[in-house]
Design a protein around this ligand. Structure first.
Ligand SMILES: [Zn+2]
Length: 77
């Protein structure tokens, strides 16, 4: 039979739980920073023909409007 002390019986699950919470905190912090960085790189376009406003993350000078296909420059970087 395996002998386990009360301290081990209490501390081992507690450390495991704290470690799991810490891993979740790191994961969600990194994910939130990646999402924020991706959003800041998006550019806003307004079509000069149909006035459709859309967002695109590509780094080309002109992007086609998804509604009418006209090429447009970014309104805001
Ligand atoms: Zn358009």
């Amino acid at each position: 039979m395996i002998r386990v002390t009360w301290a081990t019986l209490v501390l081992l699950p507690m450390f495991f739980s704290i470690g799991l919470v810490a891993l979740c905190a790191v994961f969600y912090t990194v994910r939130a920073r990646l999402i924020q960085r991706n959003k800041s790189q998006d550019r806003i376009y307004r079509c000069t023909v149909c006035a459709h406003v859309y967002v695109d993350a590509r780094f080309t000078g002109l992007v086609r409007c998804p509604r009418c296909g006209c090429l447009n420059e970014p309104v805001r970087n």
